[in-house]
Design a protein around this ligand. Sequence first.
Ligand code: ZN
Length: 164
Amino acid sequence: MKCQYCSHPDTKVVDSRETDDLSAIRRRRECLKCSKRFTTHERATNADIVVIKKDGAREQYDRQKVLLGIRKACEKRDIKDEVIEQIADEVEARVRNHRSTEVPSLVIGRKVMAGLKKVDNVSYLRFASVYQEFEDISSFERELKTLKNPKKPPKASGPTRRFH
Ligand SMILES: [Zn+2]
Protein backbone atom coordinates (compact mmCIF):
# COMPACT_ATOMS: atom_id res chain seq x y z
CA MET A 1 0.00 0.00 0.00
CA LYS A 2 1.70 3.21 -1.12
CA CYS A 3 1.51 6.46 0.81
CA GLN A 4 -1.56 8.50 -0.09
CA TYR A 5 0.41 11.72 0.32
CA CYS A 6 3.83 11.14 -1.26
CA SER A 7 3.29 7.78 -3.03
CA HIS A 8 6.22 6.24 -1.21
CA PRO A 9 5.78 2.46 -1.51
CA ASP A 10 6.63 1.57 2.09
CA THR A 11 4.19 2.12 4.92
CA LYS A 12 3.78 0.43 8.25
CA VAL A 13 0.58 -0.50 10.01
CA VAL A 14 0.32 1.33 13.34
CA ASP A 15 -3.15 0.19 14.31
CA SER A 16 -5.57 -2.42 13.09
CA ARG A 17 -9.13 -3.07 14.16
CA GLU A 18 -12.48 -4.17 12.90
CA THR A 19 -15.13 -1.59 12.16
CA ASP A 20 -18.12 -1.56 14.50
CA ASP A 21 -20.30 -3.53 12.13
CA LEU A 22 -17.47 -6.00 11.49
CA SER A 23 -17.72 -5.40 7.77
CA ALA A 24 -14.14 -4.32 7.39
CA ILE A 25 -10.71 -4.16 8.94
CA ARG A 26 -9.53 -0.64 9.39
CA ARG A 27 -5.80 -0.11 9.30
CA ARG A 28 -4.00 3.00 10.34
CA ARG A 29 -0.81 3.25 8.31
CA GLU A 30 2.20 5.46 8.61
CA CYS A 31 4.43 6.39 5.69
CA LEU A 32 8.06 5.43 6.27
CA LYS A 33 9.19 8.43 4.28
CA CYS A 34 6.97 11.40 5.14
CA SER A 35 5.52 9.92 8.37
CA LYS A 36 1.99 11.02 7.50
CA ARG A 37 -0.77 8.70 8.56
CA PHE A 38 -3.79 7.49 6.65
CA THR A 39 -6.48 4.86 6.99
CA THR A 40 -7.18 1.94 4.75
CA HIS A 41 -10.09 -0.45 4.83
CA GLU A 42 -9.94 -4.05 3.89
CA ARG A 43 -13.35 -5.38 3.01
CA ALA A 44 -15.37 -7.55 0.75
CA THR A 45 -16.15 -5.65 -2.43
CA ASN A 46 -19.42 -3.79 -2.64
CA ALA A 47 -19.90 -4.68 -6.28
CA ASP A 48 -23.25 -6.21 -5.48
CA ILE A 49 -24.73 -3.00 -4.11
CA VAL A 50 -26.53 -0.73 -6.54
CA VAL A 51 -27.50 2.85 -5.81
CA ILE A 52 -30.69 4.16 -7.36
CA LYS A 53 -30.48 7.87 -7.91
CA LYS A 54 -33.33 10.36 -7.79
CA ASP A 55 -33.70 10.37 -11.56
CA GLY A 56 -33.87 6.59 -11.57
CA ALA A 57 -30.32 6.10 -12.84
CA ARG A 58 -28.46 3.20 -11.29
CA GLU A 59 -24.83 3.00 -10.38
CA GLN A 60 -22.58 0.83 -8.33
CA TYR A 61 -22.16 1.81 -4.72
CA ASP A 62 -18.85 3.57 -4.35
CA ARG A 63 -17.40 4.42 -0.96
CA GLN A 64 -15.01 6.90 -2.52
CA LYS A 65 -17.94 8.87 -3.89
CA VAL A 66 -19.56 8.99 -0.47
CA LEU A 67 -16.27 10.14 1.04
CA LEU A 68 -15.88 12.77 -1.64
CA GLY A 69 -19.32 14.18 -0.89
CA ILE A 70 -18.62 14.31 2.83
CA ARG A 71 -15.17 15.87 2.34
CA LYS A 72 -16.61 18.53 0.08
CA ALA A 73 -19.21 19.46 2.69
CA CYS A 74 -16.48 19.60 5.35
CA GLU A 75 -14.14 21.75 3.29
CA LYS A 76 -12.24 24.26 5.41
CA ARG A 77 -14.06 23.09 8.51
CA ASP A 78 -11.95 21.71 11.31
CA ILE A 79 -13.03 18.12 10.95
CA LYS A 80 -10.62 15.25 11.31
CA ASP A 81 -10.31 12.71 8.56
CA GLU A 82 -11.09 9.97 11.07
CA VAL A 83 -14.46 11.58 11.69
CA ILE A 84 -15.19 11.68 7.97
CA GLU A 85 -14.17 8.05 7.60
CA GLN A 86 -16.42 7.19 10.50
CA ILE A 87 -19.43 8.82 8.88
CA ALA A 88 -18.64 6.86 5.71
CA ASP A 89 -18.50 3.70 7.86
CA GLU A 90 -21.93 4.47 9.29
CA VAL A 91 -23.29 5.03 5.80
CA GLU A 92 -21.82 1.76 4.68
CA ALA A 93 -23.31 -0.13 7.61
CA ARG A 94 -26.67 1.41 6.75
CA VAL A 95 -26.31 0.41 3.10
CA ARG A 96 -25.47 -3.14 4.09
CA ASN A 97 -28.43 -3.35 6.42
CA HIS A 98 -30.80 -2.20 3.71
CA ARG A 99 -33.43 -4.79 2.94
CA SER A 100 -32.28 -5.14 -0.64
CA THR A 101 -29.01 -4.73 -2.52
CA GLU A 102 -30.63 -1.83 -4.36
CA VAL A 103 -30.35 1.26 -2.21
CA PRO A 104 -32.00 4.60 -3.00
CA SER A 105 -29.49 7.46 -2.93
CA LEU A 106 -31.88 9.14 -0.49
CA VAL A 107 -31.01 6.53 2.14
CA ILE A 108 -27.32 7.29 1.72
CA GLY A 109 -27.85 11.05 1.71
CA ARG A 110 -29.91 10.97 4.87
CA LYS A 111 -27.34 8.88 6.68
CA VAL A 112 -24.58 11.29 5.69
CA MET A 113 -26.68 14.19 6.92
CA ALA A 114 -27.38 12.46 10.21
CA GLY A 115 -23.65 11.90 10.64
CA LEU A 116 -22.71 15.47 9.75
CA LYS A 117 -25.40 16.95 11.95
CA LYS A 118 -23.75 15.39 14.98
CA VAL A 119 -20.40 16.86 14.03
CA ASP A 120 -20.78 20.26 12.41
CA ASN A 121 -23.87 22.28 11.52
CA VAL A 122 -22.20 24.16 8.68
CA SER A 123 -21.04 20.99 6.95
CA TYR A 124 -24.44 19.49 7.52
CA LEU A 125 -26.22 22.41 5.89
CA ARG A 126 -23.79 22.47 3.01
CA PHE A 127 -24.34 18.83 2.31
CA ALA A 128 -28.07 19.12 2.72
CA SER A 129 -28.35 22.03 0.32
CA VAL A 130 -26.13 20.41 -2.30
CA TYR A 131 -28.06 17.24 -1.88
CA GLN A 132 -31.30 19.17 -2.39
CA GLU A 133 -32.96 17.35 0.38
CA PHE A 134 -34.97 20.44 1.15
CA GLU A 135 -38.02 20.78 -1.00
CA ASP A 136 -37.87 24.53 -1.12
CA ILE A 137 -36.10 27.50 0.37
CA SER A 138 -38.58 27.87 3.23
CA SER A 139 -37.95 24.37 4.56
CA PHE A 140 -34.23 25.10 4.33
CA GLU A 141 -34.70 28.27 6.35
CA ARG A 142 -36.77 26.41 8.90
CA GLU A 143 -33.96 23.93 9.33
CA LEU A 144 -31.46 26.74 9.66
CA LYS A 145 -33.57 28.29 12.40
CA THR A 146 -33.78 25.11 14.43
CA LEU A 147 -30.02 24.80 14.26
CA LYS A 148 -29.51 28.36 15.40
CA ASN A 149 -31.90 28.00 18.34
CA PRO A 150 -31.62 24.44 19.52
CA LYS A 151 -34.40 24.14 22.07
CA LYS A 152 -35.43 27.29 23.83
CA PRO A 153 -34.28 27.36 27.44
CA PRO A 154 -37.15 26.79 29.90
CA LYS A 155 -38.51 29.94 31.46
CA ALA A 156 -37.05 30.66 34.85
CA SER A 157 -39.62 30.03 37.54
CA GLY A 158 -38.33 32.70 39.91
CA PRO A 159 -38.76 36.44 39.51
CA THR A 160 -37.26 37.83 36.33
CA ARG A 161 -33.91 39.42 36.90
CA ARG A 162 -33.14 42.62 35.09
CA PHE A 163 -29.63 43.68 34.28
CA HIS A 164 -30.25 47.29 33.40
ZN1 ZN B 1 4.50 9.54 2.45
